[in-house]
Ligand binder design. Sequence first.
Ligand SMILES: Nc1ncnc2c1ncn2[C@@H]1O[C@H](COP(=O)(O)OP(=O)(O)OP(=O)(O)O)[C@@H](O)[C@H]1O
Length: 717
Amino acid sequence: MSLKPTYDQSHRYLATPLDSIRGVGPRIAEKLARLGIRTVEQALYTLPFRYEDRRQFTRIADLMPDTRATIFGEVLASTEKTTSRSRRKLFEVVVGDGSGSLNLKWFHYRKTWIEKQYPVGRRCVVYGEVKQFGNIREMHHADVEFLAAGQDPNALIHADPLNFGRILPVYPLTEGLTQKSARKIWKQVVDHYAHLAVSPLPVEIQRRQQLMPLDEALREVHFPGPDSSLKELDEGCSVARRTLVFDELFYLELGMALKHRGVILEQGRAFKVEHVYTKPLATMLPFRLTEAQRKVLREIKGDMMAPHPMNRLLQGDVGSGKTIVALMAALVAIENQTQVAVVAPTEILAEQHFLQFHAWMESLGLTVRFLSGSTTASLRRQILQDLADGAAQMVVGTHAVLQEDVRFAELGLGIIDEQHRFGVLQRAALRKKGNHPDLLIMTATPIPRTLALTVYGDLSLSVIDALPPGRKPVITRIIPEARRIKAYETIRRELAEGRQAYIVYPLVEETEKSDLLAATEGAAFLQENIFPEQRIGVLHGKMRPDAKEQIMRDFKSGAINILVSTTVIEVGIDVPNATVMMIEHAERFGLAQLHQLRGRVGRGAHQSQCLLVKSGLCSEDGLKRLEVMAATNDGFKIAEADLEIRGPGEFLGTRQSGIPDFRVANLFRDGRTLDQARQEAFRIAEDPAFLTADRYHELRQALKDRWGERLELASLG
Ligand SMILES: Nc1ncnc2c1ncn2[C@@H]1O[C@H](COP(=O)(O)OP(=O)(O)OP(=O)(O)O)[C@@H](O)[C@H]1O
């Protein structure tokens, strides 16, 4: 009989609060809580961020600068000193081992205590990073263990096996908690609780993926065995870590797989492609669709014609021509006597879409309505009526479209321009507005594949992988604030050629007032002092919708030739004649935002420029971002760099996007494991018995724990 706890039992035990562990008093518990570690389970899944190899000692003579090493020596001298330059006090201990000497230095210490610790002749084992200054080798704030007189260093390995003679874990800690005490706590947690960590992962998957049992993996990542490879541990590719990562990603992907399956199993509408509207539209367009656009359109139409609801992500870099593809899909739905809802994350983007869709739809004799939070009550009533009785074939708007009382006669297709700002919940809300309508999600910021697989793992993917012909990459330059005048000269030259310009100000603070101030004050200054002869328009978040619309129309028609704005133009504006964009305080913007902003130029045949004005207070990360922008126009490269600088959580706000936070996995390192976990998860989800069979009970339970509300699968019992 197995002594393994059931999944339910183990789940309960692992929730044990840390302060019930021996050696963890309220003070330490509070420190750990500050790191988000409150329960045994959280401690088990807080992995060492690096390791130290204390399996053997190095002779002092053999120490290499900038490496970490353990030595065994004897105190030769110890004294408090003052640095000559900064007059700072420090405590210095010289240790020797017969082959050479090493200076240990402390800059923070308690004098009475430290003096007692280092009498001449005391033997000790020292671990730390070697620094070399001329001929002198030093370690700062080294880890020191003392030996009883006459004790052989090798005996220490036996006397204190937790801290010597092994590869040691190093944990992320806060002040006041030493590695030594942390190791003691973690050792207790691992010794007493690791065996409770069970994963209901089917045995055949464990075997196929060559994983360890979960409890062994936890023991090994925290306290690696004598034969472990330090290199593998450091690179995070040990079997133990891979086991934990796989376990984590498997449940994520299983959730995705079930969502995917849930949608697949639904009965949807099989549209027919009749070309009633799509053909006339194609003849009206001033250009031919690119091969990349036609390819994704084929994929979308394929889904729409199938008897299951479409659930597809349309990904394309800024300016790649997603809108026209979405319009074509909309027309297919309308040809089949159904309606289309287009939802965008911001009012201005929704308006942009509305203007574009409206222009084409009107010439096809179709009715489109615009609905946002600022639509007046009486107009709103009228619009809701038009949607409910089918008089309007399309509505474009913000999340206002998702409100309870917005009803459709027959919603056939929902289009969400996601821009990372909508989560799965909004998708579900739109889906509920029809009888299993098709869904097309658009995203402009290309996301790295690993992220796409996690965030949009339940969607099929179409990528517009080439820009319309004749586009020239935007030339991007970083301009120090003091040379801003150069940027003005460039703008003047472009305007003289008949082109138009954007000048963008960042929000000083996230308040509506400063939004207004940044742009309006900027515009007034420019009009008065820099471009008195030009027609300048201002656009900011606080303007009334009709005023915004007027400005956008004026800019599009050329009545205005410089558009000064805050980031409200970030997405969606399409004026191919605008060829220069100047961004003030560019270092304050995120990479994704800069890429979106820059995407407003370079949309026509003329060479475009983007001028990033950098202020004197630019941080290192800020400069890094600007350099990435200057180096490439490739949205994928920018997204990768962004992910690297910011990390995935912040990159898309994982909570908001509906994916669980990762405890162990790292999307940079673990792309391969993600693929493997995904394959296994999708294979299991295909089993028609998954939601009901007893043998999957624990797996379903584990899935529910990991996903919580976000899974939205009522039948998971
Ligand atoms: N096949 C094509 N040939 C030439 N121009 C095209 C083609 N397809 C789209 N365009 C034009 O390219 C510009 C960008 O298209 P669109 O606005 O659809 O881009 P987008 O993918 O929505 O980009 P963004 O996310 O930046 O708004 C528009 O002016 C559009 O008319």
